[in-house]
Design a protein around this ligand. Structure first.
Ligand code: GLC
Length: 549
């Protein structure tokens, strides 16, 4: 679908969808593509624009599909390539775009390429992975999965050499120095784009190349490769949606935008995320103010992608050791809630299922400078299951209704148990009951999305972080040619007053974006009272002559 506006994605809302967890259409206990098709009307009703599918490729699922054995097919539990084509067609028919996860850095050790590489070092795939006789090589490289791996090297008893892996030992890294590997990636992206998708989320891209004496992240070679990939993509699918998973500081992440045209158009803003939780825990905006100041301007053709939670642990890699321990104490008091350098919990439990905090944080998600992503289930405030290992506790079946298995599946055995007890049990939290209740989180989220859509300045506008005297207030504006949207948040559990300078806006009227209520014309400062964890979106229409009020 050709887009006339090349920066349409700035105003889009993304939905991160785990196919295995969403809807099981054939009752085998695993969600599938046909199940996603059944639920597309729900996603359009909610108002999202782009769905990001977690990996759907054949895989032993030891890392939930990020361990791929065939880049050109669909996992048999999820369906077939025909189902996938149908999903894309049905999504497009409803105006939804589809992106898939593109895992370039590594494969599963069960991939035939790796099996060939280990058994036949001189053979066609002999040099497709990163082999060494010396496990002391690249010693300056950090370990990412600190809870499960003690080295980035694992000895292969067959080839009698070590292979390099930045993630699990069952995920050997591909050797990007090998031109055949780089050519294969091009083949892969072409294959999926020809099936009709709109783009990719590029998994773990800072780690593609290795060079002795470096920390093996963000190397110039990686940028050079991404630039080649982008220019190839421009020839086969101009304007593809390319979202990079770059969990780095903003100044390093910035490099991945290139000159704005020649590398990646979209990148997650990782470091702001834990600071949003810190801000609500402290009842102060400082941490967010600090990172926003450290966030450089980006090329106008590019965009940050903002998220609160995702399918992984809430990573605390980008905070200090002191901040990390405070965040652990506050948000993961039980050691089972911790994983690697992060917290394996969902949004609602992190925020004590407090609707005020949930709304305030989602308001931040929708107003910070960038394109927001909603993680499946967070729109209804789903809980997590810390009894499950690894990140599985935040990947439980979607809770559709009160029927068996939350309406996810009729099977007796599921890929993962449904959350079925306590305040997060599906009997309490599900789509059907929330759809009926006008005061539900789901209906509120739907409204939030609709209101954001009415204000293209949000996401597409010029951003300013305000610093009113009251430190509990997080206020920001986004502005385009037609309007200024002022979003104000009270991070504290007490009512707060906020006073904002309104230079240049005297005589203008503020309209509440949710209620359409108009305030008297601005005279002097803007003064507001906010409820505990309250939020307001106030709009100044630039064409307003200032006669009303
Ligand atoms: C990314 C994914 C994560 C996966 C890892 C290894 O960080 O988000 O789920 O385990 O890559 O592929």
């Amino acid at each position: 679908m050709p887009e006339t506006d090349p920066t349409w994605f700035k105003r889009a809302i993304l939905y991160e969808l785990y196919v295995r967890a969403f809807r099981d259409s054939n009752d085998d206990g695993h969600g599938d593509l046909a199940g996603v098709i059944e639920k597309l009307d729900y996603l359009t009703w909610l108002g999202v624009d782009v769905i990001w599918l977690l990996p759907i490729y054949p895989s032993p699922l030891r890392d939930d599909g990020y361990d791929i054995t065939d880049f050109y097919d669909i996992h048999s539990q999820y369906g077939t390539l025909d189902d996938f084509r149908l999903l894309v067609t049905e999504a497009h028919r409803r105006g939804l775009k589809v992106i898939t996860d593109l895992v370039l850095n590594h494969t599963s050790c069960d991939h035939p390429w790796f099996q060939s590489s280990r058994s036949d070092p001189q053979g066609p795939q002999g040099d497709w992975y990163v082999w060494s006789d010396d496990a002391g090589k690249y010693a300056d490289t950090r370990i990412i999965f600190t809870d499960s791996e003690s080295s980035n090297w694992t000895f292969d008893s067959q080839r009698r050499q070590y292979y390099w892996h930045r993630f699990f030992a069952h995920q050997p890294d591909l050797n990007f120095d090998n031109p055949a590997v780089r050519a294969e990636v091009k083949k892969m992206v072409r294959f999926w784009l020809e099936l009709g998708i709109d783009g990719f989320r590029l998994d773990a891209i800072p780690y593609l190349f290795e060079r002795e004496g470096s920390n093996n992240e963000n190397l110039p070679e990686t940028h050079a490769f991404l630039k080649q990939l982008r220019s190839y993509l421009e020839t086969i699918h101009p304007g593809a949606f390319l979202l990079g998973e770059v969990n780095q500081w903003p100044e390093d992440t910035l490099e991945y935008f290139g000159d704005g045209r020649d590398e990646l158009p979209l990148l997650f803003h990782f470091p702001v995320m834990p600071r949003l939780f810190k801000a609500v825990a402290d009842g102060r905006r400082d941490a967010v103010a600090w990172i926003m100041k450290r966030t450089p301007a980006i090329p106008p053709s590019c965009q940050w992608v903002i998220f609160l939670r995702n399918h992984d642990e809430l990573t605390l890699e980008m905070v200090t050791a002191e901040e990390r321990s405070a965040l652990y104490q506050r948000f993961a008091p039980d050691p089972r809630m911790r994983l690697n350098l992060g917290i394996r919990r969902r949004l609602a439990p992190l925020l004590d299922n407090d609707q005020r905090k949930l709304k305030m944080m989602n308001s931040l998600l929708m107003t910070l400078p960038g394109t927001p992503i909603i993680y499946y289930g967070d729109e209804i405030g789903m809980g997590d299951d810390i009894e499950l290992p690894d990140r599985n506790g935040v990947r439980t079946p979607m809770q559709w209704d009160e029927s068996k298995n939350a309406g996810f599946s009729e099977a007796d055995i599921l890929y993962s148990p449904v959350i079925d007890n306590g305040s997060y049990g599906f009997q309490q939290i599900n789509v059907a009951s929330q759809k009926e209740d006008p005061a539900s989180l789901l209906n509120w989220m739907r409204r939030l999305i609709a209101v954001r859509r009415r204000h293209p300045a949000l996401g597409g506008g010029r951003f300013e972080f305000l610093e009113p005297a009251n430190p509990t207030i997080l206020a920001l504006t986004q502005e385009d040619e037609t309007e200024v949207v002022l979003a104000i948040h009270n991070l504290s559990a007490l009512p707060q007053e906020v006073i904002l300078e309104a230079e240049g806006q005297q005589g203008k009227v503020l309209r509440d974006a949710f209620t359409n209520e108009l305030s008297p014309a601005i005279a002097g400062d803007i003064r507001l009272e906010l409820e505990p964890y309250g939020y307001r979106w106030l709009v100044i229409d630039k064409n307003d002559s200032g006669m009303r009020g």
